[in-house]
Design a protein around this ligand. Structure first.
Ligand code: MLT
Length: 409
């Protein structure tokens, strides 16, 4: 008898940002005269930079000329981009990554969601809590997380990150096979210092686990004390896969380009696990590569002009983050993150007795300040009395949103 994948029926409601979009559209439909400002989903507001636009134009012209037209590209990405990534993101910072360990794609969200296909159905998954929902939902779709009972997946290993442990996850009681880490962290905006990240790499090596390390926000780190890549830690090449993106740093959320680094020496307890060959096989089978013109645009991000332009964009967003942090702090809120990340994480203030549940806080802020935030519960059970504000809105909108929050909270 025909059956759909039964695990989809266990997923709670809709995807977090789809649900937020639904609620905002409902509010907007009932209040057509109100200009709602989003500090919700981390979507960028600064347009593509001159170096990127120039590369797009040139590559577009190449596609219209017989001698330079390109059909299918390599599934792994063009060498010119893989080599630019290795040179500017790894070799320049003293890390040993080969171009054949870099897989270019159309998004870190897709890669991080797809990568779990390489693991057996019964591997135990650990995630920090709160967490970017893609890690959890993609494993839930494959049936690895068990049942969703009382807002918890019963087979998922949660690593709570709250103000109480300073947002540094403790090692779990049960030993996971796969550990998802994201630093700078989405949603809390907090970071792991070198010692804390080393402790996790050592833990993975000693316990036979693989780390899937999402460093999509590494460009927002200031200073060199915080690791930008997990491969800055000795031994990480044996246990870690790293995901990166052009979305937030170079304004590619609409253009789409990212990459995943899968080292060739991954091993579990001394046994080689050739995830590089497996990911290559998976990508060759299911993916035809990121468009040539987009890869040319991404390569331009690594040029001297491109790097300077991206740095200026990041600085603008971090100026917003500082304003959001300061304003919410001055309003008496408990504020975290936002120093090395474009996300500010707050403890929801007491609107009645005790901390406000995060969806109630979301609705209160939407109804009264006409500002969208992201409710912490959408990122996991430990987010229940927290909310996230992004620094990605235009500065004028950020100022206006903060003025409205001050007036209404
Ligand atoms: C977020 O707001 O958490 C991100 O924009 C989502 C994403 O990058 O997919």
């Amino acid at each position: 008898m025909f059956q759909v994948n039964p695990h989809y029926a266990k997923l709670p409601g809709s995807y977090l940002f789809a649900e937020i979009g639904r609620r905002v559209r409902a509010f907007q439909a009932a209040n057509t005269d109100i200009n709602v400002i989003s500090l919700g989903i981390g979507d960028v507001s600064v347009p593509l930079t001159p170096a990127v636009i120039k590369a797009l134009h040139e590559a577009t012209d190449e596609m219209g000329t017989k001698s330079s037209f390109k059909g299918y590209g390599p599934e792994q990405g063009y060498d010119f981009l893989r080599e630019a990534i290795v040179a500017s993101d790894y070799k320049a910072r003293g890390m040993d990554i080969g171009a054949d360990e870099v897989f270019v794609s159309d998004g870190a969200k897709c890669d991080v969601g797809n990568f779990q296909e390489l693991f057996a159905d019964d591997v135990r998954i650990a995630v920090t809590d709160p967490v970017y929902p893609v890690y959890v939902d993609s494993n839930a779709m494959s049936g690895r997380t068990g049942s969703f009972v009382n807002d918890n997946w019963d087979k998922l290993i949660y690593l709570p990150c709250t103000a109480e442990n300073n947002f540094v996850p403790d090692f779990p009681k049960e030993t996971p096979d796969v550990i998802y880490l994201c630093y700078p962290n989405n949603p809390t905006g907090t970071v792991l210092n070198r010692d804390a990240l080393k402790a996790w790499v050592d833990y993975a090596r000693n316990n036979g686990a693989i780390i899937l390390y999402d460093s999509a926000y590494k460009a927002f780190i200031s200073g060199d004390d915080i690791p930008h890549s997990i491969y800055e830690i000795d031994g990480a090449r044996e246990v870690a896969v790293e995901f990166r993106s052009y979305s937030k740093t170079a304004g590619f959320t609409g253009l789409r380009c990212a990459y995943t680094v899968v080292p060739k020496d991954i091993q579990v307890k001394g046994q080689k696990v050739d995830l590089n060959a497996m990911w290559n096989r998976r990508q060759c089978t299911k993916y035809n590569g990121c468009p040539y013109i987009v890869q040319k645009a991404a390569a331009a991000v690594h040029s001297a002009e491109g790097q300077a332009e991206s740095a200026a964009i990041v600085k603008g967003y971090m100026d917003n983050a500082t304003k959001v942090r300061q304003t919410l702090k001055n309003m008496g809120m408990e504020v975290y993150g936002g120093e090395h990340a474009p996300y500010v994480w707050i403890r929801t203030p007491k609107l009645g007795n005790g901390y406000t549940p995060s969806w109630d806080f979301f609705q209160h802020v939407l109804d009264n300040a006409h500002v969208v935030c992201t409710p912490g519960a959408g990122f996991g059970p430990s987010g229940e009395t927290y909310a996230r504000f992004t620094a990605f809105a235009a500065p004028a909108n950020t100022d206006e949103a903060l003025a409205r929050l001050k007036a209404s909270l």
